[in-house]
Design a binder for this molecule. Structure first.
Ligand code: ATP
Length: 294
């Protein structure tokens, strides 16, 4: 059997997405159904003396999948980090439904409706699947304290976390388990026991629990066996087509990404060198040879 990046069997994770379970999110406990475009204008960002993004402007259409492609070091990850608040942009605007969130903290950006799934299946290995999922609900506005929301326990020092969001959270978890069946079977297991495919599923499920309008996915296929990669791409497609989620998909695997995307942009050394319909980019032989590697 093929393996995930941690050596766990990658084939164990199946990603069911079609049917009634997948559509339940449109009712409000899953990804928000309020489609919104993400407009990035003149974004400049970097690290110390390094400028990794130079005046990047692009629009991720509402409810569409926008693939961000390019070679190693092109600036793809930096773009997502600058949008999600993990690094502060030096210049430019990040408009979600017309509101500028550039320079806000990661928590504020999540609350505004942008969820970021970083590269590398970043589950917290020492927590159970369910504890990992609860972290996705920490951004919910509610009387329930953040600590309690994340852990299901009282806050230390006897503080009470007042509120009444418990039923809503339970419903959201149920919905996540309905959509991601392998996680339901393993909800009490430590995340460290999951396969690569299941971990990817877990981080996407966790991001969806923040009820985003925009989902930023950084290399979701990295390290996955081809069959599991195809399932993850099906999941991404379903989230866009069935729930109207706006998705920015960063991928090294340009061929796979363009097969599911509506639109694509190509970054090179921090600058956009092409932006077009996915099918147009996929058919451009020169672009493929120079920047996309297929
Ligand atoms: P990859 O596919 O390899 O992740 P990428 O397109 O996502 O590449 P970035 O990771 O955004 O590219 O890197 C863009 C530029 O910023 C590169 O020159 C990289 O070396 C630099 N860079 C990235 N992270 C840091 C950091 N933490 N400190 C300094 N420079 C960084």
């Amino acid at each position: 059997m093929s393996s995930g990046p941690d050596g766990a069997p990658a084939g164990a994770g199946h990603v069911p997405v079609s049917g009634d379970d997948a559509r339940r999110g449109a009712n409000g406990t899953g990804p928000s159904n309020r489609s919104a475009p993400l407009e990035i204008e003149g974004l400049v960002a970097g690290y110390g003396g390094v400028t990794a993004l130079h005046d990047v402007t692009l629009t991720a259409g509402a409810g569409a999948i926008t693939a961000v492609l390019g070679a190693n070091g092109a600036g793809k990850t930096t773009l997502l980090r600058a949008v999600s608040g993990m690094i502060k942009p030096r210049r430019g605007r990040v408009l979600l439904g017309g509101h500028d969130v550039a320079g806000r903290s990661p928590e504020q950006v999540v609350r505004a409706g942008i969820a970021h799934v970083p590269e590398g299946q970043g589950v917290i290995a020492e927590l159970t699947v369910e504890e990992n999922l609860r972290i996705g609900m920490m951004s919910w506005p509610s009387g329930l304290g953040r600590w309690r929301a994340a852990t299901g326990q009282q806050m230390p020092g006897g503080q009470q976390a007042a509120g009444s969001g418990r039923a809503e959270r339970a419903a959201a978890l149920d919905e996540a388990y309905g959509r991601f069946k392998p996680l339901s079977d393993r909800r009490r297991k430590l995340a460290s026991t999951l396969s690569g495919g299941e971990r990817q599923m877990l981080v996407i499920a966790r991001a969806l629990l923040s009820r985003p309008r925009v989902l930023l996915l950084d290399e979701p296929s990295l390290g996955l066996a081809p069959q599991i990669m195809a399932q993850v791409m099906d999941l991404v497609t379903g989230l866009s087509r069935e729930h109207g989620l706006t998705i920015v998909l960063v991928e090294q695997n340009a061929r796979e990404a363009l097969a599911v995307a509506d639109h694509g942009v190509v970054l090179n050394l921090g600058r956009i060198v092409a932006s077009a319909d996915a099918s147009t980019l996929a058919a451009d032989v020169t672009l493929r040879h120079h920047y996309l590697g297929f």
